[in-house]
Design a protein around this ligand. Structure first.
Ligand code: URA
Length: 249
């Protein structure tokens, strides 16, 4: 969205005339992103910036949601001194929106990652209480079997003693599977499979809720998500439990 002057932005919202606003702004009553701004001519991006008058919010940035096919070798962070981040994959106009990743994929994990500027939404997706299922495709060193499936269903205890919530393991081939979890502990899927003596060789995020990775995007590709896509994230979870906190968009 093109930038507009702060006084025009406030005038368009009926806060006052351009003349009155000049004084209001000069007196320091208007803040942009929490910082007082005294220049009426300050250029503003209403999609990305938050404006308040006397501490009252006048406009908040529009909440936006993006799907990214995270390539290997990129870190899930908004900035990093040495490594390329998932945000570096986006063009500058999207990087300005204050997006951040929902959850985390390891540097050597590829696949579905959601980016948003909606903190409440991100919390709901990540929280185990919401029981939003995250599905990963894994190739492992070794052969998976029905005992592994049972162990995942019962709730694994990792090598360091951490207890995991019950999860689903679906065997595809002896050395490949789908893993479905409703929590996101550090390196969780790798550690779960390692605890069964089957270290991960390859890991790819496939879906979050019933929102599936669009394989047409290709590594590093992205697309904006709409309301329909987001509702699907919070549909009754496929593990059979209704979410304790059903979300309405
Ligand atoms: N679990 C992992 O171990 N790594 C990921 O990147 C995602 C889930």
């Amino acid at each position: 969205m093109p930038k507009i002057r702060l006084d025009k932005f406030l005038a368009d919202r009926g806060v006052g005339s351009r003349r009155e606003l000049k004084d209001i702004i000069r007196s320091g009553r208007v803040s942009v992103n929490g910082v007082p701004v005294r220049e009426a001519e300050r250029k503003l991006d209403p999609e990305a910036e938050q404006v308040s008058l006397d501490g009252e919010l006048i406009s908040a940035p529009r909440l936006r949601y993006w799907m990214l096919d995270k390539p290997l070798g990129v870190v899930t962070a908004t900035e990093d001194a040495r490594e390329k981040t998932v945000l570096d994959l986006l063009p500058p106009e999207l990087r300005r929106l204050g997006l951040f990743p929902v959850g985390r994929l390891d540097k050597d994990t590829s696949g579905l990652l959601i980016l948003t500027n909606d903190g409440e939404f991100a919390h709901r997706v990540i929280s185990p209480k919401s029981a939003v299922e995250k599905c990963y495709y894994a190739k492992v060193d070794g052969e998976l079997n029905e005992e592994d499936v049972d162990a995942f269903r019962e709730g694994l205890v990792l090598r360091d003693g951490t207890r995991c919530l019950p999860a689903k393991l679906e065997l595809l081939e002896p050395g490949a599977c789908l893993v479905r979890v409703t929590e996101g502990k550090y390196h969780q899927v790798r550690r779960m499979l390692a605890s069964r003596g089957k270290p991960v060789l390859e890991l790819r995020g496939m879906s979050v809720g019933t929102l599936e990775l669009d394989e047409g995007l290709g590594p590093g590709g992205w697309k904006e998500l709409d309301e329909k896509d987001l509702c699907r994230l919070f549909s009754p979870d496929p593990m059979g439990n209704m979410s304790k906190n059903p979300t309405v968009f």
